[in-house]
Design a protein around this ligand. Structure first.
Ligand code: FE2
Length: 198
């Protein structure tokens, strides 16, 4: 997907995923947190050659050069832009199409995949992301990544992600991250996951 340096529009209304993710959470998570990453990034690239680069290029360069501030803001902007599309008011149920075939091939069954992904998201210590990504051989992998980290810097293709930073669920679920993860399955956008496959 094309992620520019600007704050993207949400692909649905802020109340479309209510009550799984409420409008108030979007007001903070999208309206404050994601917006802050975009504004921080804009400040860091202003009047530099970085403003001509794609967000993906900035992420790779900042990662290589160990520029933590630039990496964190660029990657968090990219991750959140991607994450909004992983959710849909018409999502949930079981996956179909190619993603369903690959999940069965690489994890045994959708049920086993769901358990493994949920456990990965639940056990991730502190803040971070549970990713489903495709490696260079096309094999699906579930990868827990701390803070702003993203499969992009491991030369893997992001397919689906779940934000498990506290800011993603604290308003709606308080400390109950497992409940948030359980409800995530009701709104997963499998069409988007299918489009992301290599
Ligand atoms: Fe977040």
């Amino acid at each position: 997907m094309n992620i520019t340096q600007a704050l993207p529009e949400l692909p649905y209304d802020k109340n479309a995923l209510n009550p799984i993710i409420t409008e108030e959470t979007f007001d903070y998570h999208y309206g404050k947190h994601h917006t802050a990453y975009v504004n921080n990034l804009a400040g860091l690239v202003k009047d530099t050659s970085l403003c001509e680069m794609s967000v993906e290029q900035i992420i790779q360069q900042a990662f290589t050069e160990k520029n933590a501030s630039l990496f964190n803001n660029a990657a968090q902007h990219w991750n959140h832009s991607f994450f909004w599309h992983c959710l849909s008011p018409n999502g949930g149920k079981a996956p179909g199409g190619k993603i369903a075939e690959l999940i069965t091939r690489d994890f045994g069954s959708f049920k086993e995949f769901k358990t493994l992904f949920s456990n990965t998201a639940s056990k991730l210590f502190g803040c971070g992301w549970a990713w489903l990504a495709q490696n260079e051989q096309g094999i699906l992998e579930i990868i827990p990544m701390k803070e702003a980290h993203t499969p992009l810097t491991e030369n893997k293709t992001p397919i689906l992600t779940l934000d498990v930073w506290e800011h993603a669920y604290y308003i709606d679920y308080r400390n109950a991250r497992p409940k948030f993860i359980e409800n995530f399955w009701e709104i997963v956008n499998w069409d988007f996951a299918n489009k992301n496959l290599k």
